[in-house]
Structures are given as C-alpha cells and as structure tokens.
Design a protein around this ligand. Structure first.
Ligand code: FAD
Length: 317
C-alpha cells in the first residue's frame, strides 16, 4: 500500500515506522530479521531500506603498488525488500539515489522493484563518495533528486528510456527528503525550500525529514513549508543518541545542532551506557510532543539498534 494511503487510513493517528540498513556484505539476512523482530509488535505499516553507494578502498598488490578498488559495503537492497515483504508482509520502502547510477541502471532497478510489488520509493540524490569532496553524478545519471523523481514519474506514466511507445505504467508513491536545519549545501533555507517545493509540485507525495533534536526546528520547518504551499505530509525522522561520540559525530555527518540542554545532560555522562539512557529519554520526550502535535508518523533511524527504538516505542505506541 502507498504511504499516502497508510497516512489517510490512519485518520489522524500517528503511525510508527523505522529505517534499516541492508546487512554488511557477507552477513546473513537473519541479522536484519534480528533487527526488525523486536519492533514488529508496534505494527509499522512500512519499513525503509537505505541505499549505500560504492566506496573506494586501496588494495596492496604483490608488486607493492596500491590498486584503487570500488566496493559496496552493504549491497542487496532489492533482496532485503523481498525478504521483508515475504517474512512480515510489511511495505518495504527502498531508498533510491542518483549517485553511482546511470539512467538505465535506475530504470532496471525500478522495473525490479515494480515486479516485486513495491509501492513506494524514497527518491534521493545521495551524498558524495566518502573519499570525494563533492557529489559527482554518473556521466549518464542524475545530478539532483528532482531529475530522478522525473524518471520515476515518467515510468509511472509508462514512459521508458529509449522506447517510442508507452508501456506498463508503474504506480510508485514517491517520498523525498526534507531538512529542518537546511541541506548543508543549500545557500539558505529559502533556497532549499524552493527545490523541495519544486519536487512536491512535480509529484512527490510525502516528505521525511533529516533527524533533528529540537522539535521547534521541525515545527518551524513545517510552518515555512505550508506558507509556500507544500501541503504533503511531513514525517519527522528521529535518531536516538546511543553513545557519547555521537555528540560530535552526528553534527559533523548530518549537519544538525544539538540543543544545549541535551549537550549538558550528555556532558554529565561518564560512559556510553548513561549517554544511551539520556538519548532514549530525550527521544521519548521529543516523540511525545510530536505525537501530541498530531504528526502523521514517527520515523526512527534505528541504525540496527532496535532495542533502543523498542524502548521509545514502548513509551509511545
Ligand atoms: P536534492 O534534492 O538533489 O538536493 C541537494 C542539494 O541541491 C540541496 O542543497 C538542494 O537545495 C539543492 N538543489 C536541489 N535541486 C536543485 C536544482 N535543481 N538546482 C540547484 N540546486 C538544487 N543518502 C544515501 O546515500 N542513501 C540513503 O538511503 C539516504 N537516505 C536518506 C533519508 C532521509 C530521510 C534523508 C533526509 C536523507 C537521506 N540520505 C541518504 C542523504 C541524502 O542523499 C543527502 O542528504 C543528499 O546530500 C541530498 O539528497 P536530496 O535528495 O535532498 O538532494
């Protein structure tokens, strides 16, 4: 079922959903089931599956020279979606990205997802390869999520690459990313919102936000979106802090601020265990306020730490 229909059918009740990472190459599918099992009793109508693009590693050869090799640490998105659908009957929402994909490869992936009965995709640009400073599109790929969105919309209209006649129309419900604290490359929030609105006007049906730790940032973001005519559901994405290092790591990777009160509490923690307790409590309070405000869904970035998300869900659902 489409996310837009899940939200409509909920009739104002806040849904629970979460995101998983495909297993690291070589791990079995059981590792994902182990991450999902503890959360199924909270009846997520959908589970997102992230996409992880290639990275470069250097391999030392016998002659002593280093060879640059492209590898993917977490392959298998389509397979994981299939496994989840089979085992749980839940809607899987694969993330699809521009980076590392030609238009043909994207089309082939979308055809596979359609054959699998997937109804939703989260359309993203993706970040730069870890070792590169800036996002570089594939020579025959897309530079922005809006271009990828257009390709999915084309397929929804039966328009395939290099085909003269119309073919099977897919029917993907398309989600996109939103940034309450602005996408880090955008010169201003206004500029970022302009492109967000462009994607909604093109046909994106819902937005999932980047993590944030101060609900006011989400409320302000929603208000600004509504002011410029973005009227689709805006699902807040939440990441519970699970260790002391994350105080610095999360802002540097995700370009988000931590509120002073949260930092003060974390500063008092002597170890990761106590930092995790602070993180869980903070996420519970954030979730409660958002739920009371009537958000359509609370979406958790579990990072495979399902016991933490479980504690939060127990307090909320
Ligand atoms: P875009 O919409 O293309 O925007 C990128 C930047 O360009 C923004 O600054 C925007 O303001 C600007 N912009 C947009 N359109 C135009 C235009 N036409 N002309 C000029 N400027 C423009 N990454 C992954 O690799 N895998 C994942 O699974 C994944 N999941 C995510 C899930 C969520 C909910 C979120 C919030 C992010 C996720 N990301 C993921 C990260 C995401 O790919 C990065 O944040 C990426 O840098 C931007 O993606 P986007 O879709 O917002 O890009």
């Amino acid at each position: 079922m489409k996310i837009s229909d899940h939200i409509k059918n909920a009739k104002g009740k806040t849904l629970f959903s979460f995101e998983i990472l495909p297993p690291v190459k070589g791990e079995s599918v059981q590792s994902i089931f182990d991450a999902i099992d503890p959360l199924m009793e909270f009846k997520p109508p959908f589970i997102d599956v992230t996409y992880h693009r290639e990275e470069y590693v250097y391999k030392k050869r016998e002659n002593g020279l280093l060879e640059k090799v492209s590898t993917r640490k977490r392959p298998g998105t389509v397979g994981i979606c299939a496994a989840m659908i089979n085992k749980y009957g839940v809607d899987a929402v694969p993330h699809i990205i521009c980076g590392g994909f030609s238009k043909e490869e994207t089309e082939n992936a979308l055809i596979d997802l359609d054959f699998l009965g997937i109804d939703n995709v989260l359309v993203l640009r993706g970040d730069a390869i870890k070792s590169e400073a800036r996002f570089e599109p594939d020579p025959n790929g897309h530079s922005y999520a809006s271009e990828l969105l257009e390709q999915v919309l084309d397929l929804n209209a039966g328009k395939y690459l290099h085909e003269e006649v119309s073919r099977n129309e897919t029917d993907f419900c398309i989600g996109i990313a939103g940034y309450p604290e602005k996408h880090f490359e955008a010169p201003s929030l206004k500029s970022d919102l302009k492109y967000l609105k462009m994607k909604v006007d093109m046909g994106a049906e819902y937005i999932v936000t980047q993590m944030f730790f101060d609900n006011q940032k989400y409320f302000d973001f929603v208000e600004k979106c509504r002011e410029i005519g973005i009227n689709v559901p805006i699902i807040p994405g939440l990441k519970p802090i699970t260790g002391l290092k994350q105080m610095n790591v999360l802002p540097s990777i995700f370009h988000v601020d931590l509120p002073d009160d949260l930092v003060d509490e974390l500063d008092k923690c002597a170890d990761n265990k106590s930092a995790r307790e602070v993180g869980i409590e903070w996420a519970i309070q954030q979730s409660k306020e958002l739920k009371e405000a009537g958000v359509p869904c609370l979406h958790y970035y579990t990072m495979s730490k399902s016991q933490v998300t479980r504690r939060i869900a127990e307090a909320l659902f």
